[in-house]
Design a protein around this ligand. Structure first.
Ligand SMILES: [Zn+2]
Length: 241
């Protein structure tokens, strides 16, 4: 996987770039500011604009070494200059939910015997779910982490990224937090690490806030037992739910 521009520049939401390949209803860009989805984070929304026109993007597909931007209309755009515009409120929502899920994950990992994640999904309505392998946890104790998570949001901890060689990533205890999957390494054999300074380091390939204080507080909406091992926490951003 090559590195997505948005991971290094999550604040750059408008990018002048070029269409380098075009098919009916889809284009590949020289440089794309969009996050195409993955790891439980929804794909970005946005538009492509050119002199005299604009079209919404309805999705993304990786094929033939290109990230294809699927257009909401079956247009055949000519190669050349275009302005890619990421939907800012949607990106901000995903960054906040994603960062808050890291905090929830960190607190559960630390307080519940290094419990691993078995699934995660962020939603456009400002809610998200995260599943943990937690066969014996007390749900009231789990619910009580809401206070700790919100205190960590208020502390406005810096969030930064790092890239470490794959072998080192697997050797560092706790860095690979998912029970089944690790994010794919980049083309130069590195694994991206997202660090909330003073709290947590884990492998991840999504977009996050620059610091935790940019998120509103969260609420734990529901805790479900999913099967014998899995515990599902539903969270929501205060103000969105
Ligand atoms: Zn992440």
């Amino acid at each position: 996987m090559s590195r997505y521009f948005c991971l290094d520049h999550p604040d750059v939401l408008i990018r002048e770039t070029d269409i380098v390949q075009a098919r009916p209803g889809r284009v590949a860009l020289a440089e794309s500011p969009f996050y195409p989805g993955g790891g439980g984070q929804l794909p970005d929304r946005g538009t492509l604009a050119w002199h005299g026109g604009e079209v919404a993007i309805s999705g993304f597909e990786s094929e033939g070494g290109h990230l294809w931007h699927v257009l909401a209309e079956p247009l055949e755009l000519p190669p050349g200059a275009v302005e890619a515009r990421v939907d800012a409120p949607f990106r901000r929502l995903m960054r906040a939910l994603h960062t808050d899920l890291h905090i929830v994950n960190a607190v559960v990992f630390q307080d519940f015997d290094k419990a691993l994640v078995t699934g995660v999904q962020m939603n456009e309505d400002g809610t998200a779910r995260i599943d943990f392998d937690l066969p014996d946890a007390d749900n009231e104790r789990l619910r009580a982490i809401e206070t700790t998570v919100n205190a960590l949001i208020r502390q406005d901890l810096v969030v930064r990224q790092d890239h470490v060689p794959e072998a080192a990533a697997f050797a560092e205890p706790g860095l690979i937090r998912s029970r089944s999957v690790a994010p794919p390494p980049t083309s130069d054999g590195k694994v991206r690490i997202v660090e909330i300074v003073g709290l947590d380091r884990q492998a991840c390939g999504g977009t996050h806030l620059a610091s935790t204080g940019a998120s509103p507080p969260i609420r734990i909406l529901k805790i479900d037992n999913k099967g014998r091992h899995n515990r599902r926490l539903r969270i929501g951003l205060d103000g969105a739910v």
